[in-house]
Design a binder for this molecule. Structure first.
Ligand code: SAM
Length: 281
């Protein structure tokens, strides 16, 4: 059953962490004058209106992008991400938030390609409409992104970034992510893969990064942003993480310098903070 709609969460603290890192990973790929593919297995709708509809309901963006929006003191990597969001709000009012496909496209070059998967019938229609102006640069497939991943690996230019960002409402997603990564690394061992995950008290969420560390990859980086203390009832998301397989060698240093400010800016209580671990070959 597909009950998850990303519009309810657009621009929240988890999107900020995910999309800020996405901009960093793609900016690194841009340093080389050779095209690459960006693969998004769970792409969402592509663009979200913040002022009405689902996103306005709980206004989760107020604890996320809205806290960075007006700041003039952001370090360059964070400013670069906020600048991408600004492009979707040219009159200076925060009214739209781009999802991962459009964040990525804003950073990518003309010859780089997007391969996007979305299963939800309504969100996939919105995604197709939001990608229409991109023409052949973007291909939207309506269907299961875990399965679809096999069909696009390795990407023909042998350079690529894959974002895996499932809803995890079905706890089977945790296991499927690890299986998809085993297969993904078999097909494309040198690719960069970014896996978003929620930090919850449920066992599966705590075990996921540990399982990913055991994959046969050359290197990994795990960064977690906690915005509040875990609740006493054991429910709810207190933060999220990005696990990067084959990260650029510059990413750990960038995050060391930026995460303290990000954790402070998005803090909801004294429990806010971050954790960064990485290992290279
Ligand atoms: N990546 C998007 C972003 O950052 O803007 C947000 C994606 S949202 C967390 C997860 C999306 O996955 C939802 O739009 C949901 O409909 C979709 N979805 C759920 N199961 C899927 C599957 N097996 N394959 C592809 N999409 C799926």
């Amino acid at each position: 059953m597909l009950s998850y709609r990303h519009a309810f969460h657009a621009g929240n603290h988890a999107d900020v962490l995910k999309h800020f890192i996405l901009v960093e990973l793609l900016s690194y790929l841009n340093q080389k004058d050779k095209a690459y593919w960006y693969i998004d297995t769970h792409a969402g709708a592509g663009l979200y209106q913040l002022t009405e509809g689902y996103a306005a309901k709980n206004a989760e963006f107020e604890g996320g992008i809205a806290r960075l929006w007006q700041r003039k003191d952001l370090p360059e990597p964070l400013a670069r991400y906020v600048e991408v969001v600004r492009r979707f709000n040219p009159d200076g009012k925060l009214a739209f938030y781009p999802g991962s496909p459009l964040v990525a496209q804003a950073v990518m070059r003309r010859d780089d390609k997007l391969r996007l998967f979305e299963l939800h019938p309504s969100d996939s229609k919105l995604l197709e409409a939001n990608c229409e102006t991109l023409g052949r640069q973007a291909q939207v497939s309506v269907g299961d992104g875990f399965n679809g991943l096999k069909s696009v690996l390795p990407p023909p230019p042998r350079r690529g970034l894959t974002l895996i960002d499932p809803p995890y409402e079905d706890k089977g997603d945790y296991r499927t992510v690890v299986k998809a990564m085993e297969e993904g690394l078999r097909r494309f061992a040198t690719g960069t893969f970014a896996i978003w995950y929620p930090t919850l008290q449920r066992t599966e969420s705590r075990e996921l990064p540990e399982a990913l560390k055991k994959l046969p990859a050359k290197g990994w980086l795990d960064v977690r942003l906690q915005v509040q203390s875990p609740s006493t009832d054991g429910f709810g998301m207190h933060g999220s993480g990005m696990f990067i397989i084959n990260p650029p060698y510059t990413l750990a240093e960038t995050l060391k310098s930026v995460m303290p400010l990000l954790a402070d800016a998005l803090a909801l209580d004294q429990g806010a903070g971050f954790k960064l671990e990485h290992q290279s070959a």
